[in-house]
Design a protein around this ligand. Structure first.
Ligand SMILES: Nc1ncnc2c1ncn2[C@@H]1O[C@H](COP(=O)(O)OP(=O)(O)OP(=O)(O)O)[C@@H](O)[C@H]1O
Length: 226
């Protein structure tokens, strides 16, 4: 079998608290194959965001290892980790985190330019993505002039801008009303499936989870099938 695109092996993470150390992840194992879409459904506070941060190389585990494309991230320099984040991994959060002073198009173009794409090509890709998310005509709107659903669509488009092979999403539609959440999530899945992107999506919504290929949960700091 080929090496999974993303692998968490016996990953541990502890936080210091006033009461001592809080072990959140205690040997979590998870693999994500190329193009696979996995739902992470677990109660609040069990470590979903922590796991996504480790998978996305935003934090380092206290034990175990994260492998991206078969390569262990533990020994990589900060620059190498940043490079992988820029080119291979896209993130979507519950709240859009768009830059308020930039337009929808600029928000999608900027991460591409940070990865070395020319402004012209970055803008062309931003237009293409905005069209795919039904946002043609909204290119020059700043986030404050967009609805919640539109803001989240732009955030998803931004996450896909550099053609990542992995999308990590933390409650990507958790801030939207039920109907909008349903539509935006369907669009996210369509884009992800259409481009063979692997995705790990934390959600509290069982209806959304059922639309993915596989559901896992966190129990006592470990990943188990749901
Ligand atoms: N930087 C931090 N410092 C200290 N404790 C933290 C930190 N980040 C998370 N925690 C604690 O670790 C535990 C897991 O947090 P995490 O945000 O990963 O859970 P979650 O499953 O994503 O929760 P939710 O569904 O509510 O977003 C919680 O008890 C939280 O308080």
């Amino acid at each position: 079998m080929s090496e999974p695109l993303l692998r968490l092996a016996a990953v541990e993470r502890r936080y210091k608290s006033e009461a001592g150390e809080l072990p959140v992840l205690r040997g979590a194992d998870l693999t994500l194959a190329a193009g696979e879409i996995v739902a992470l459904v677990a109660p609040s506070g069990t470590g979903k965001s922590t796991l996504l941060h480790l998978a996305g190389l935003l934090e380092k585990p206290d034990g175990g290892e994260v492998f991206v494309g078969g390569k262990g991230a533990g020994t990589l320099s900060d620059d190498a980790r940043t490079g992988i984040r820029r080119t291979t991994i896209g993130f979507v959060y519950q709240f859009h985190h768009l830059l308020p002073e930039f337009t929808a198009e600029e928000n999608i173009a900027l991460p591409q330019m940070a990865a070395g794409v020319s402004r012209r090509d970055a803008n062309a890709r931003a237009h293409e993505l905005l069209a795919a998310f039904g946002l043609t005509g909204r290119e020059t709107h700043r986030p404050g002039k967009l609805s919640g659903g539109e803001q989240q669509r732009v955030a998803i488009a931004r996450a896909l801008a550099n053609r990542p092979r992995i999308l990590l999403a933390d409650e990507p539609t958790g801030n939207l009303d039920v109907g909008t959440s349903d539509r935006v999530f369907a669009e996210l899945l369509e884009q992800v499936r259409g481009h063979g992107v692997a995705a790990l999506v934390a959600t509290h919504n069982p209806d959304l989870a059922r639309r993915m290929d596989r559901i896992v949960t966190l129990q006592d700091g470990r990943i188990i099938p749901a």
